[in-house]
Write a protein that binds this ligand. Sequence first.
Ligand code: NAP
Ligand code: ZN
Ligand code: ZN
Length: 355
Amino acid sequence: MNQKPFSITKAYAALSAKTPLVPYSLERRSLEPHDVAISIDYCGVCHSDIHQARNEWSGSTYPIVPGHEIVGHVKGVGTHVTKFQLGDVVGVGVMVDSCRSCGSCKEGLEQFCEQGFSSTYNGTEQDKKTPTYGGYSEHIVVQEDFVLRLPKHLPLAALAPLLCAGITTYSPLRHWNVRAGQKVAVIGIGGLGHMAIKFAHALGAKTFAITTSPDKKIDALQLGAEDIVVSTDEESMKKHLESFDFILNTISAPYNISHYLNLLKRDGKMAIVGAPSKPIEFMLFDLIRGRKTVAGSLIGGIKETQEMLDFCGEHNITADIELISIEEINNAFERMIRSDVHYRFVIDMATLQNT
Ligand code: NAP
Ligand code: ZN
Ligand code: ZN
């Protein structure tokens, strides 16, 4: 028999691209046999939440309840759930389901599901009809295979950003085998970038942060960077010309990519995770000269996300966060757009009760 652990769920939603987020309420589904009901304690604020709330990638469907860096406690389990028990501390990231039968799903790369994965919000369940609503809310119901286990000894709020910023940076660093002996750069010291600096440093690479914000220097060094490179300062950039083995690019707004490609050495690779709303042009000679590679990367599969969380547990890695109340969300969006983020906003979901 279906259980209904939650009644109406309080949330915050964007009702259109042009209006701020406002209080909203929704109903989560009854528990199917393999469903886990999660009471959300904290939710991280990703720049993708802004892109989608404001329809910057087009195709947004309103209302949108953003949030895909979800951590909380298990409050209900379906009759066939084997992986989780009441009270477990769990997380949910960018995906809540996928077809599970295509080649990518079978390889544990659900983010490249050939039928399209179900995104946690601004998407649909696998029936391709039922809309999904994210973590700026009290509760969520998710199929157990898309629920992650969290390290128990680390502070819960600071784990939330691992569910997107963490896996999105860990996955390309592992895929392109970033390691000791390499000179690596991370562009953008924001939510993704600050996690990337921690991971690249933990993997043994000599890591630099390329930034438009020289005032983030002390923090960057504390995160594990050798130094910063100020992208708006020609002298600073010149010092590092043609010197990096690998660059992870997290920039969220339109930019001149040639400027950064010049920093790669011969056979160097740039992996792009930042997804600005406008196309980016560059001269192909910037790649041809020096046999350089530009690649993209999208979050990471469920198996790798669990691996990343376990890695963070072993190495005591969490995000550096600024905890906010849900009423502060619109201001947090504005601050992120100004690059004034240190280094991930996380919403204390208990504050939804005041709304
Ligand atoms: P964020 O916290 O706002 O950080 C972005 C940082 O980029 C800023 O703090 C700033 O760092 C730098 N930046 C901003 N505008 C810039 C410009 N015009 N030129 C150079 N640097 C600039 O954003 P986030 O949450 O880390 O997300 C970053 C991007 O990744 C977004 O586009 C997001 O949608 C995307 N994303 C992609 C995936 C994926 O799977 N591929 C997953 C999650 C997010 P400094 O102050 O250091 O310059
Ligand atoms: Zn995200
Ligand atoms: Zn699939």
